[in-house]
Design a protein. Structure first.
Length: 222
């Protein structure tokens, strides 16, 4: 009976984590629209919506702590709960970065971009896919998909370096572009961090399934 209750509570936990992930994915998709269209209203909605992501993190954290305190989890359960606590932290940070980019978008609104945005929207697309797959990997407990997410981070990092170099060269050629170029540098950096957080989620999925973290050490061995 107790075991059945525990499994049901773990399933509720997974549902709430999926909901939190969906909120983050939605914010990222809206972030792209706001940036490309310099849409202040959408940017404001992303910023206000971050409160719901924060609320979900606190709710799930409380669920995890209650399960640990009131139940007698097995080693595999301890993995699931500890991985959940780590994953929601990563999701919350991704949500924060989406809000950060929305704030920068608002600062740049009304001023024409120095040139059409190309690589930054591609970075956004890649990070959205990474987050989507990382969450999907968690729901399905799919190690192969999680490994795919980890491998994708290299492409995001390469694009970040490309964008950074181009913007530095632009600022050197024309000092009047410095303010906008620096804002775009910050956006690219936030996107690079989002890729890192998605990778971290994938690594915790792998740990949840295998009991081995990226350090190669087993935790909560059965």
């Amino acid at each position: 009976m107790l075991r059945t209750y525990f499994e049901k509570e773990l399933e509720k936990l997974k549902i709430d984590m999926t909901r939190m992930g969906a909120l983050v994915e939605e914010a990222m998709g809206q972030m792209l629209i706001a940036l490309k269209n310099q849409d202040i209203q959408i940017a404001e909605r992303i910023i206000s919506g971050d409160d719901e992501v924060d609320f979900m993190e606190k709710k799930i954290e409380k669920q995890c702590l209650v399960l640990l305190a009131r139940q007698q989890p097995l080693a595999v359960d301890l993995r699931a709960i500890s991985a959940a606590l780590k994953i929601i932290t990563e999701l919350e940070r991704i949500g924060d970065h989406a809000a950060d980019i929305a704030e920068i978008t608002m600062k740049m609104a009304g001023v024409k971009y120095m040139k059409p945005l190309v690589d930054i929207p591609i970075m956004i697309g890649l990070t959205v896919v990474m987050v989507n797959r990382a969450i999907d990997a968690y729901v399905r407990q799919d190690v192969e998909l999680a490994l795919n997410v980890c491998a994708s981070d290299r492409e995001v990092n390469e694009l970040y370096l490309k964008v950074l170099l181009e913007l530095i060269n632009t600022m050197k050629r024309d000092s009047q572009t410095i303010d906008q170029a620096m804002n775009l540098v910050f956006i690219a950096k936030y996107l690079e961090k989002m890729g890192d957080h998605a990778t971290n989620i994938a690594e915790w999925v792998i740990y949840n399934v295998t009991g081995v973290h990226n350090s190669g050490k087993k935790v909560f061995a059965q």
